[in-house]
Design a protein around this ligand. Structure first.
Ligand code: MG
Length: 255
């Protein structure tokens, strides 16, 4: 008899519990939390004075402002860079002088530069206004005159060379200044030298998105497949492809 009473009491308790639970859930929905509870105050984003068309932001490293090539070396032998500085505050590839690279080494960066392909058109396809911006000396965002100049799509201006076609062709005519604003995240490698996270590139050309967080497949290769050997911080490199491409207003922010 006693056992039956206990069983009945347990049953009563369980039924009561199931009746109460939905009410509690309903009450929780109605609890009002103050808006301040979801405000995040720390850490505070630091102040940066925005740049203008003429001036880089306050925390940028200026790599070229028109005065000298002190931030640059010849990529092939680390001697002083030998490209031409012009009176208008730009520099121009000196064909045959070779690629130039920064003295400083970088990892993740935001880069701004302006480039101009030659007014006098010589050649076509890849032979017209060819240069390039290499991140960590390995991964090229193509510089090319693709204003009415067809070439393979994954090798045109705004491409990650031989890897990603640009979303649009937003090239200005030869002789006009164009902008690249590029966000680069370096690939990550583990202690065994195996790539565990691909690098990425987001490229805005003349204010228009042409690469949207594209995952870099490996080193830029003219022939063959991208490679993924481990590396650390490395220089930014500009390509001498034999064409009189000019650059100006180059600055970089370490991320
Ligand atoms: Mg190139």
């Amino acid at each position: 008899m006693a056992r039956n009473c206990i069983t009945l009491f347990t049953l009563f308790c369980l039924v009561s519990l199931f009746q109460i639970m939905p009410l509690q859930a309903q009450d929780e929905k109605n609890i009002q939390i103050p808006p301040e509870l979801t405000e995040v105050w720390e850490p505070e984003a630091r102040m940066v004075t925005p740049g203008t068309a003429a001036a880089p932001p306050s925390d940028a490293i200026v790599l070229f402002d028109g005065n000298n090539l002190e931030e640059w070396l010849s990529a092939q032998d680390d001697s002083p860079a030998r490209w031409t500085i012009n009176a208008d505050g730009s520099m121009t590839v000196a064909p045959g002088a070779g690629d130039i690279k920064t003295r400083r080494l970088f990892g993740d960066v935001q880069l701004h530069l302006e480039f101009r392909t030659p007014t006098v058109i010589t050649g076509d396809g890849q032979g017209r206004g060819n240069s390039g911006v290499f991140f960590q000396e390995r991964y090229e965002v193509q510089v090319l005159d693709n204003y009415n100049n067809r070439t393979y799509s994954n090798g045109q201006a705004g491409s990650i060379y031989k890897q990603y076609i640009p979303l649009v062709n937003v090239c200005r005519p030869p002789g006009e200044w164009q902008t690249y604003d590029i966000i680069y995240t370096a690939p990550r490698f583990n202690k065994d030298g195996i790539r565990i996270q691909a690098g990425t590139l987001t490229v805005i050309q003349n204010g228009v998105l042409v690469q949207n967080h594209s995952e870099i497949k490996g080193t830029t290769e003219y022939i063959g497949w991208p490679q993924n050997l481990a590396h650390g911080p490395a220089a930014l490199k500009l390509q001498d492809h034999g064409n009189l491409v000019s650059y100006r207003n180059i600055w970089i922010r370490e991320l």
